[in-house]
Design a protein around this ligand. Structure first.
Ligand code: HSE
Length: 286
């Protein structure tokens, strides 16, 4: 059995902790034979290979009595870069427990478990459902809408340095004034309304005017303003900080993608990923 889970790009500008998109870069796990203890084969430096691995921690949280297996894990998702690598592992762990334990979890059950573990739904929800997910999680009550993301090219600029979500959240203010919150939420409303009606130009303008987190995190990702400016030269709809960063995501017309990537690689050498929207979410193959 093989389980694959997409990477995710959260926030999309002003949709802080609430909006996320599944993208075409994957974590996959293959379930091998039963074993006396859990073993994860992988080539990710610094990641545990036993029960301390987040995958197995998640499995055991969902189904503590499962018989251990040997698992092969392969991931193309850059770690600690704002592309939901740990959310993908959590979703894979829940699905693994679901399959091995024959738990018959619905997608909403999986979302509820994953959100409790992760604390917010913006990465785990698109990792489960694919596509665009708008969600809220307030006083343990979870609501979500899954919708088709408009056709666009996605270009992820992935810096060589890591940025831990906890460190990136430390940069955020404790409070916003009522006036600032009203402005920030009006921008978020426009971004979501634009995305849901397929108006990428309108959505993109709003996505580039976030007031919840990007102004405070800019200093952690110094390349961000330069990439946004370069994107504008290529007709980009939006450039935003993916999740907690440091990846910077640019949405632009498909016919501008190649030229933008060439210019970006020339101006700011780093890993650049040409991505598409993933429309499936977690997939199980038997
Ligand atoms: N919404 C989260 C943040 C995503 O921006 O901190 C990262 O987990």
């Amino acid at each position: 059995m093989k389980i694959s889970v997409p990477a995710t790009s959260a926030n999309l500008g002003p949709g802080f902790d609430s909006v996320g998109l599944a993208v075409s870069c994957y974590l996959s796990i293959e379930v091998l034979e039963e074993s006396s203890q859990w073993v994860i084969e992988h080539d990710l430096a610094g990641v545990p290979s036993d029960e301390n691995n987040l995958l197995i921690k998640t499995v055991l949280e969902v189904a503590p009595d499962l018989h251990p297996h040997r698992i092969k894990m392969i991931s193309d998702i850059p770690l600690a870069r704002g592309l939901g690598s740990s959310s993908s592992v959590i979703v894979a762990g829940i699905e693994l427990a679901n399959q091995l334990g024959q738990l018959n979890l619905s997608d909403d059950d999986k979302l509820s478990i994953a959100t409790k573990i992760e604390g917010h739904p913006d990465n785990v929800a698109p990792a489960i459902f694919g596509n665009l997910v708008v969600a809220s999680y307030i006083n343990q009550e979870l609501n979500k809408i899954v919708a088709d993301f408009p056709e666009t090219a996605l270009v992820a600029y992935v810096p060589a340095y890591e940025l831990k979500t906890s460190d990136s959240r430390q940069a955020l203010p404790q409070e916003l004034s009522f006036k600032e919150a009203v402005l920030a939420s009006s921008v978020a409303n426009m971004a979501v309304a634009g995305l849901l009606t397929g108006d990428l130009e309108m959505a993109g303008r709003a996505m580039s005017q976030d007031r919840f987190h990007e102004p405070y995190r800019q200093k952690l990702v110094p390349e961000f303003p330069e990439i946004r400016e370069l994107g504008q030269n290529f007709g980009a709809y939006a450039t935003y900080l993916s999740g907690a960063g440091p990846t910077v995501m640019t949405l632009l017309p498909k016919d501008k993608k190649e030229a933008f990537i060439l210019a970006l690689e020339k101006q700011l050498p780093a890993k650049v990923l040409a991505l598409e929207v993933d429309r499936k979410g977690v997939v199980v193959e038997h």
